[in-house]
Design a binder for this molecule. Structure first.
Ligand SMILES: NC(=O)c1ccc[n+]([C@@H]2O[C@H](COP(=O)([O-])OP(=O)(O)OC[C@H]3O[C@@H](n4cnc5c(N)ncnc54)[C@H](O)[C@@H]3O)[C@@H](O)[C@H]2O)c1
Length: 313
């Protein structure tokens, strides 16, 4: 069975979760006569299978992972779309992890100021995070994800078959975002994580529901959506009990729970250009309790150092 999770907004769409989902592509790309299929080399076979469902696919191989998320690669894609005479009614499909779907979405957002697109997410992080919510973009010299656009997809495919080939480290990286959804909104996730292999589908569905709910209420990150950044830099204010739950939960999944004691200056510099920052004021997503996220604005520098000392190895 295929699960459909709706994402509200000016252009609502569904996230589909199940197996053998490529057959849904024709309905999602609608009247598009041609479709560009962006993929990186590790997903060649999967991209070819996706292309078989599409009219006149134009295969576009891009560099893997962050190497593909650049303005130069986007420009190569624009050139290829131009050479193939892609019009406003044609479509873009991205087959890959978050990096490829971010790039594909950005190419779709910018080509002719926006054409239809569908992410076919192949990593756990892509499914529960990157492909849901309409944020697209590339990295620039000044930092990651600093150039991009909000561009809702026509639909999102989370095909569980894709996860069979996902490297174990990438599975664990995706689980970190699943844990986050547990802490900010759905504590049942935290219980299911104790047998995450058996519960993987339910975990994916629950995490997507958390994200879909948040972005559906706040499409352009003006407020609520910020809570999704929980744990992305420093976060604190927890009772010892909830803090212990973070440590034990993350450790059990094989995720790190401490950082290099010398890395604070580097972290501070990164936080200053982080998307949560407003002007010179640092902002943090914190928890007041399980499922109760809040925002901490401009904390005293000593507090930050103290918080870091708690996680420094
Ligand atoms: N747009 C958003 O809202 C949003 C949210 C979170 C993250 N992101 C972005 O997502 C990216 C991270 O995504 P990611 O963790 O998927 O990394 P990724 O896309 O770099 O993929 C990680 C590696 O796994 C490989 N891979 C992916 N699926 C595979 C599969 N099924 N089988 C074999 N190999 C596979 C990829 O080729 C790559 O080498 C970052 O660029 C991040 O900025 C975007």
């Amino acid at each position: 069975v295929t699960t459909r999770i709706p994402v509200r907004g000016d252009r609502p769409y569904d996230v589909l979760i199940g197996r053998g989902l490529a057959k849904h592509l024709p309905e999602l790309i609608g009247s598009a006569a041609r479709t560009a299929v962006l993929f990186a080399p590790p997903l060649l076979e999967q991209a070819a299978a996706v292309a078989r469902e599409l009219p006149e696919p134009l295969m576009m191989e891009v560099p893997d992972a962050e190497a593909g998320k650049t303005v130069e690669v986007a420009a190569r894609c624009w050139d290829a779309l131009g050479a193939a005479g892609f019009t406003r009614t044609d479509a873009v499909v991205g087959v890959g992890g978050g990096a490829v779907t971010d790039l594909a979405g950005f190419v779709a957002a910018s080509w002719l100021r926006g054409v239809r697109w569908v992410p076919v997410s192949t990593s756990l992080l892509g499914m529960v995070d990157a492909a849901v919510g309409g944020k697209t973009g590339v990295n620039v010299a000044a930092g990651k994800n600093l150039v991009g656009a909000f561009h809702a997809p026509a639909g999102v495919l989370c095909d569980l078959d894709m996860l069979d080939t996902l490297p174990p480290d990438d599975l664990v990286a995706g689980l970190a975002e699943v844990v986050k959804c547990g802490f900010i909104a759905d504590p049942v996730i935290l219980d299911l994580l104790s047998s995450h292999r058996e519960n993987l589908r339910e975990l994916i569905e629950r995490a997507i529901k958390v994200k879909a709910e948040v972005v559906g209420q706040d499409l352009r990150e003006s407020g609520l959506r910020e809570i999704l950044n929980y744990g992305h830099t420093l976060a604190g204010r927890l009772s010892p009990d909830v803090a212990r739950r973070h440590r034990s939960g993350l450790e059990r999944l094989g995720l790190p729970v401490s950082y290099d004691a010398d890395a604070f200056p580097e972290l501070l510099a990164a936080m200053q250009v982080d998307k949560k920052t407003r002007g010179a004021t640092l902002r943090f997503v914190v928890l007041d309790g399980l499922g109760q996220p809040g925002i901490l604005t401009g904390p005293a520098p000593e507090l930050l150092e103290q918080a870091y000392a708690e996680v420094a190895a």
